[in-house]
Ligand binder design. Structure first.
Ligand code: IMP
Ligand code: MG
Length: 184
């Protein structure tokens, strides 16, 4: 028999656009302070990080020599649960050896994706490697990851919007909202 996809419904906002914009401004200032006068390769994790990344880089300002690159990963699993098995779908175009590198991610959940990516990028011998995530769900962690910059720690709820999706939906929302499963 064909497996039926659960029906997800959008709930109320947990973070509105204003709160996000204020946090992004603070993170941008902190990152600008840390890397002032240096060249910094910012690595966005596609696709979820794109909305956060595009606001964050503009909050860093002109005192950091920012360069952009992207990694696309796919982790096998359902719409709301990742399996932790990470596959690189698109690799970096930049040689990061000897460079300052900052990974920008939308959310850290189990930590499996980022601990894999941290090891992968460290093996390429950057000068420094740090991580910035908009959201963190510490309760869900299966493996410890050091995250230097966290926007918001949130409880164990599945969220969408501001780049985050559920089965490809709702990335375009300007705020972060939770979703629930509707039983049929
Ligand atoms: P981790 O490997 O379990 O830390 O999962 C990280 C990835 O799972 C994120 O980059 C997201 O793509 C996805 N993810 C985890 N939690 C959520 C959520 O609440 N909403 C949308 N995507 C999520
Ligand atoms: Mg993601």
């Amino acid at each position: 028999m064909e497996k039926k996809e659960p029906c997800y419904v959008l709930n109320d906002c947990v973070l509105d656009g204003r709160a996000i914009a204020e946090k992004v401004r603070c993170l941008g200032e902190e990152i600008a302070e840390r890397y002032r006068g240096e060249r910094l390769i910012i690595v966005g994790i596609l696709k979820g990080a794109i909305v956060f990344l595009s606001d964050l880089i503009r909050a860093i300002g002109r005192d950091v020599d920012v360069r952009l690159d992207f990694l696309a990963v796919s982790s096998y699993g359902t719409s709301t649960d990742s399996s932790g098995v990470v596959k690189i779908v698109k690799d970096l175009e930049t040689n990061i050896e000897g460079e300052h590198v900052l990974i920008v991610e939308d959310i850290v959940d189990t930590g499996l994706t980022l601990s894999y990516l941290r090891q992968l990028l460290l093996s390429r011998e950057p000068k420094t490697l740090e991580i910035c995530t908009l959201l963190d769900k510490p309760e869900r962690r299966k493996t410890p990851v050091v995250i230097e910059y966290v926007g918001f720690a949130i409880p164990d709820v599945f969220v969408v919007g501001y780049g985050l999706d559920c089965g490809g939906r709702w990335r375009h929302l300007p705020s972060v909202c939770s979703v629930r499963v509707e039983q049929e």
